[in-house]
Design a binder for this molecule. Sequence first.
Ligand SMILES: [Zn+2]
Ligand SMILES: [Zn+2]
Length: 371
Amino acid sequence: MTVLASGSKGNSTLVASATTRILVDAGLSCRELMKRMKAVGEEPSALDAILITHEHQDHVQGVAVTARKLGIPVYVTEPTHRAWVRWMTPQKRITYAEWLEQRRASAQRSAFSVQDNGGRRTEQGTGSRAQGADNGWSSAASDQAANRELTTKDERAGSEQQTAGGGEDFTRGARCSADVGVEPDEEEKAAVEEILSEPEKDPTSLPAVEYFRSGNGFRIGDVAITPFTTPHDAIDPVGFVFEADGVRIAIATDLGYMPSNIHVHLRRCDVLMLESNHDVDMLRDGPYPWSVKQRVMSRVGHLSNDAAAEFLAKSYDGGAAYVVLAHLSENNNLPELARISAERALRDRMSLLANHLLLAEQDRPLEAIVL
Ligand SMILES: [Zn+2]
Ligand SMILES: [Zn+2]
């Protein structure tokens, strides 16, 4: 198992047996995923499938481009797939003139909101859906911007960044000439017209989609996979247990609390990847708006250091060779706080052979865990 990235800016982990290689979530751009795989000595073309936990952007950002580039199937639950397609697809096709008018209006609105809110909101926008150049199905970032703007109903599935950034702001990072109050250039006009005239250029098209259901095991190659439901504010979020070659690996991130039915899945694991998202005090005193703080702390938000530690101390069987703390918040946590609280919980169960503690990182891959 190799954690390529973990955190609210993107999640992706490679799980491999002797013969099967599976990417769990693709929350970075395709380009960045490829770069990180190569950095850890993995050949992207050897991937057999992509498996998706839920539709939040930090888990799916690069899924379509990566799947298309490699020609591999995406395994996902049907509700999650539908939510992702809905989020990616314009609700109503409009004319170019209507689009331009909307862009002008939104540019006027954003001129005010930028003054009101300074750089933070701009940064949130750039962090979510704005990396158009990396999403290889389009020739220019501007047609991605157009695609987003063609969505007239704001019924997209939520993402951590979107929620944190205040909903509508995720278009901010996209460079579109309407944003700066000038006429769109020829390239931009052409890109928009292309989207309007060629519906078959569908950003949600995938080489193959395989549906699974939470609770129903299935196989990819020689890897047996058991998806289990997690309490999180997505449409049908899951965690996974993987078994192959006598090794058992569990991934449980993006969960507001640790329900007892998940305890069962996390038994007898050789590797346990567990969310340790935030320090409750840092979150409470931190920069997020209160509504976002409430969301993160809720029963469908993210697991705190304390909640992860409580699980490790009271309900975990102590049998894993590696415990990987994951999805650490950059704003509301410190790696040392997460580590100390997990170490305290594991106390005398840590040894050379058991409960080796690792912290997954946002900006670089972890070294491969080989069993
Ligand atoms: Zn997440
Ligand atoms: Zn999530």
